[in-house]
Design a protein around this ligand. Structure first.
Ligand SMILES: [Zn+2]
Length: 66
């Protein structure tokens, strides 16, 4: 079974997904549940070297009550 990498456009979470031949998988982020995911390149594997841009993750202050 082919394995593809997908990246969530919402939380930027990278996850793998098994894709069946001729069938599109349910593109859903396992983290936030968003369906805004894009296919990532998995041929090159993990990126070891590259231009690292300063990332400042500003977490949401308000949390869901419950
Ligand atoms: Zn997500």
């Amino acid at each position: 079974m082919p394995l593809y990498e997908y990246r969530c456009q919402k939380c930027d979470h990278l996850f793998e997904l098994f894709v069946r031949l001729g069938r599109e998988p349910e593109l859903k982020c396992p983290r936030c549940g968003s369906t805004e995911v894009r296919k990532a390149f998995s041929l090159f594997g993990t990126t070891a070297a590259g231009s690292a841009s300063g990332s400042t993750s500003s977490g949401a202050a308000c949390a869901p009550s419950g």
